[in-house]
Write a protein that binds this ligand. Structure first.
Ligand code: GTP
Ligand code: MG
Length: 199
């Protein structure tokens, strides 16, 4: 079943500074998560083409990249957190940017919090989730790379993530960008939030 027909998907713009972000005109979904968790890969999976740059080397996405989909919504590939090799100054700068984006971006429909399904939420994931909860930011969780673990392990990580992140099970979606698993479920979740038109 296909819930979302993608007719257009392209890089709308990139921002280093706040002022460089595109005008907040369409519902926006910000992807956040540790470096290398699979944010850029998930965008490519959702739009069905390679628009975002992915890499084995963590810390690749250094700008905020805005991807327009069907002139209906925007995915934002945000720099990953928790990557040890970037300098303290860089890290502080990006953390501040990320938090400001989540708090102040007026068209943010939902933050998509990506968690590696192999180990579930780690310390900095929990910190991020707690902060978003305190700020009352609308969010869902996406468990990535489920092709690497068993069905039982997936079910365990889903349960663990729901309780650790205080999210209803309907808001925690296991996916594999490699295999395409979970694509329709995730699109359906974005649509049931009544923010994305059905095709
Ligand atoms: P940064 O931009 O560095 O923050 O990383 P990112 O979160 O954008 O991760 P990216 O999408 O670049 O993926 C990191 C690595 O994980 C790449 O080598 C991907 O091929 C791999 N990867 C991403 N998603 C999956 C998945 O669902 N399954 C598997 N097996 N590998 C994946
Ligand atoms: Mg990336």
């Amino acid at each position: 079943m296909h819930f979302m027909k993608i007719s257009k998907a392209f890089l709308l713009g990139s921002a280093y500074h706040w002022e460089q972000m595109p005008a907040p005109e369409l519902p926006e979904f910000g992807l956040i998560g540790r470096s290398n968790v699979g944010k850029s890969s998930l965008i490519n999976m959702l739009v069905g083409r390679r628009v975002a740059y992915t890499s084995n080397t963590p810390g690749k996405t250094r700008l905020m990249n805005f991807y327009m989909v069907n002139h209906d919504l925007v995915f934002v590939d945000l720099p990953g957190y928790g990557y040890a090799k970037v300098s303290q100054t860089d890290r502080a700068f990006w953390e501040e940017r990320l938090l400001r984006y989540l708090k102040e971006r007026t068209n943010l429909a939902c933050a998509m919090h990506l968690i590696d399904a192999r180990h579930g939420p780690l310390e900095n994931d929990l910190e991020m989730a707690t902060w978003m909860w305190q700020q009352d930011i609308r969010r869902c969780a996406v468990l990535t790379k489920v092709d690497k673990i068993s069905k039982n392990a997936i079910a365990r990580t889903v349960a663990q993530t729901c309780s650790a992140l205080h999210l209803d099970k309907s808001l925690v979606i296991p996916i594999s960008a490699e295999k395409g698993t979970g694509k329709d479920e995730l699109w359906r979740l974005l649509q049931t939030q009544k923010l994305v038109k059905e095709a």
